[in-house]
Write a protein that binds this ligand. Structure first.
Ligand SMILES: [Zn+2]
Length: 315
């Protein structure tokens, strides 16, 4: 959506709130207390729903990604628009500046919640077919203080976090295109990846790698990967393995799609976010993959994300 169109659709807080309410109701509302569905009165003056069965009241934001957020609907809409209108992204600092908001932390937290929604949405699907898979190591920061959220941001801002490498399993489904897609390509028989996934491998062990791969890829898939890294064990349960010695072959030739995804995601993280905390790396990867997987959605991306943000059950 172009920025002029965006602002003609959502010029103010009321228009955003109405659209949010519309999507929320289209998606169906479930009572938090008695679990009955779509049996509510709307109490407009209070911005609340009241369950016709048990009388329980809940706010318009309750149970959605915006639950407990004091930020206006407009902020969330603008954030979702800016995050989906570009292949790259915006930093929380930039968004804070654009919104003219006094504090950094709520904007940072809002963007991370949106990235969590993106990840949850993509987790509904597994990759299948011909899969490229390999690990990559992302440079990340981590702060000494594991609990104090605010201090942590401050430490990272001052560059106090230490450097570490975080292992990420990168997977791409390289399925052959169907007939309609081939016609679109005017007979060009090259294959294109449909979807990618990038998942942080928590402790970097083969056991964890195996679990991550099996959670994200159907077992009847064929895996193409790097022989040199002894991945035979990690991928042993998949239908077929093709292992290449990457000291002999160039990884860009054997695993072209994930090579590109790794380069592009690292450059976004470096250029826009200037390094990220290892604890939040997965969220940034969620955003990259979500947008990659919907790269042909065009202007629909914003609405799809809004549907995901409203529809995702947050409790
Ligand atoms: Zn109820």
């Amino acid at each position: 959506m172009k920025i002029i169109e965006y602002f003609s659709h959502y010029p103010d807080e009321d228009s955003c709130k109405l659209e949010f309410k519309h999507y929320r109701e289209s998606n169906g509302i479930t009572c938090k207390k008695c679990s009955s569905k779509n049996t509510f009165w709307w109490l407009g003056s209070k911005n609340q729903y009241e369950c016709k069965k048990c009388g329980f009241r809940m706010s318009l934001k309750s149970g959605t990604v915006m639950e407990n957020s004091k930020l206006p609907y407009q902020y969330w809409f603008i954030a979702m628009h800016l995050m989906t209108c570009t292949k790259k992204t915006f930093s929380a600092y930039e968004l804070q500046k654009q919104l003219g908001h006094k504090y950094y932390e709520p904007i940072w937290a809002m963007m991370h919640k949106i990235r969590l929604v993106m990840g949850k949405r993509d987790d509904l699907y597994n990759l299948s077919g011909d899969i490229e898979a390999d690990e990559s190591y992302f440079s990340t920061l981590y702060s000494e203080n594991e609990n104090e959220f605010t201090n942590e941001i401050e430490e990272l801002k001052r560059g106090k976090g230490s450097q570490r490498k975080t292992a990420v399993l990168v997977m791409a489904s390289n399925k052959k295109m169907n007939q309609r897609e081939l016609l679109k390509q005017k007979g060009n028989l090259t294959t294109k990846p449909k979807f990618i996934k990038m998942k942080v491998v928590e402790d970097g062990t083969i056991k964890e790698l195996k679990k991550t791969a099996e959670t994200n890829v159907d077992l009847d898939s064929s895996i193409k990967s790097d022989k040199a890294k002894s991945y035979r064990k990690a991928f042993e349960n998949f239908n077929k393995l093709e292992m290449y010695d990457m000291s002999v072959f160039e990884s860009e030739k054997i695993l072209p799609w994930i090579s590109k995804a790794i380069t592009n995601s690292k450059s976004i993280i470096q250029a826009i976010h200037h390094g990220v905390d290892s604890k939040y790396l997965q969220n940034y990867l969620n955003e990259f993959c979500y947008k990659y997987n919907r790269r042909n959605f065009g202007e629909k991306q914003f609405n799809r994300l809004l549907i995901a943000a409203v529809g995702f059950v947050w409790y």
